[in-house]
Design a protein. Structure first.
Length: 418
């Protein structure tokens, strides 16, 4: 499909402003050269890159609302892990359908995922039209090597992949060097939970010492790009060290606050030179996947904990939500640039939450501070039109709601659908 975006406003991250111009989607990519024919046109509105969800477990949407008022340790051990033992491809497919639709509706076009049953999630993502990046979860138990095999199989299917050692409390130094070796040999990045809770911090310091990052450096972990999810309990010394590495921290503010895990200091990370992306985590601990809401929570939290109203500009936040993780992973997306993949969000600038605007420059402030998913008009993923005039393309929301609800009832009663 070829689409013209004529005289639209879009972000210029280098100059920290909106610029006005005309560009096109020619097949899957952005171009500033007019194609031979045009199938659709947008004019005189705001267009941004699609959002990049930097950390997620999309198949966990089936568990939304379970174990709401407990900390992470109890939530995992008493609620989530027992339920996960009952999952299968069917449950994961429908749960992933729900999650992918929720993400796309709020302008997310890519999600970085760590979970299991990835082929079912891939099928759902392809149906909805969103781009998944898989890091099959590695937990140290007999047969853990199968996660590496799944990573290779997903790559052969054409999916973007990395390596997903779950955390230092589930993957010890007995196997982590082998995991890192696999990543280095295959030129994969690493995606890992780190310093999410105070109890995890105590465990890591007890087992590996306060110089634990140097232990990770010794096994070569920082020789590939790394995404650390959460990082709530990074010390300033940790952040100074990470600022010299090819690392991005995926900040998940709503999940961290809901599980009482703590408050991430984006201001300290920025001052140390550590890039920050934004993630929703899973709907089981958030409890929604509204990326716009997550973005707003992130900037408000940064202001609240730092005491600095200018700690991040709206353009800084938008860049973190789009190009920062893509750039760290070497992907040509997240910016409106010639030759980049056409992941685009067209905004309804006349929606109630987007007005008034004295100047089009106000629209970025509105996207970050006041917009909701209802202001997302159209979404393109790699040139594919996946949300059109606020409606999903090729997906029936009523069917998804019915099928997910049926499986939620079954899994809670242990009357499983096979």
């Amino acid at each position: 499909m070829n689409v013209c975006f004529r005289n639209v406003w879009y972000p210029d991250y280098e100059n920290k402003t909106l610029v006005r111009g005309t560009f096109y989607v020619d097949g899957q990519r952005i171009t500033f050269k007019e194609p031979e024919h045009i199938d659709a046109m947008f004019a005189d509105t705001l267009v941004t890159p699609g959002f990049f969800n930097g950390h997620s477990h999309v198949a966990m949407s089936l568990f939304r609302g379970i174990g709401d008022d407990v900390d992470l340790d109890r939530w995992l051990n008493e609620y989530i892990w027992p339920l996960e033992a009952r999952l299968n491809d069917d449950y994961v497919y429908w749960s992933s359908m729900l999650a992918c639709m929720e993400l796309v509706r709020s302008g997310a076009t890519t999600f970085l995922d760590m979970y299991f049953w990835e082929k079912a999630t891939l099928e759902a993502a392809e149906k909805v039209g969103i781009r998944p990046i898989f890091t099959p979860g590695i937990i140290e138990r007999p047969g853990w090597e199968k996660a590496l095999q799944r990573t290779e199989e997903l790559k052969d299917l054409g999916a973007l992949v990395g390596v997903g050692p779950h955390a230092l409390y589930t993957v010890s130094m007995n196997i982590l060097p082998d995991v890192v070796k696999f990543a280095k040999e295959n030129d994969f990045f690493i995606h890992m939970h780190l310093m999410e809770t105070a109890s995890e911090e105590a465990y890591i310091h007890n087992v590996l010492g306060e110089e634990y990052l140097h232990r990770l450096e010794d096994i070569g972990l920082f020789e590939v790009p790394v995404v650390f999810a959460h990082g709530v309990h990074f010390s300033e010394k940790d952040l100074s060290f990470l600022g010299t590495k090819n690392v991005v921290v995926a900040h998940c503010p709503q999940s961290n606050m809901k599980l009482s895990s703590g408050l991430f200091r984006w201001d300290l990370a920025r001052d140390s030179g550590v890039p920050v992306a934004i993630g929703t985590d899973g709907a089981a601990s958030n409890n929604n996947l509204d990326y716009i809401e997550e973005m707003r929570t992130a900037v408000l939290l940064a202001r609240g904990v730092s005491g600095k109203p200018d700690v991040l500009s709206p353009m800084d936040v938008l860049e973190a939500a789009t190009s920062v993780p893509a750039r760290r992973l070497g992907l040509e997306l997240g910016e409106i640039r010639d030759g980049y993949l056409a992941d685009l969000v067209v905004w309804d600038v006349e929606d109630l939450c987007m007005v008034p605007a004295d100047d089009p420059q106000d629209w970025i402030s509105h996207v970050v501070y006041s917009a909701g998913a209802q202001a997302v008009s159209d979404v393109f993923v790699q040139g594919r039109w996946v949300v059109r005039n606020k409606s999903f393309v090729g997906v029936n929301p009523s069917e998804v709601v019915e099928e997910v609800s049926k499986r939620r009832r079954a899994i809670r009663k242990e009357d499983l659908i096979r």
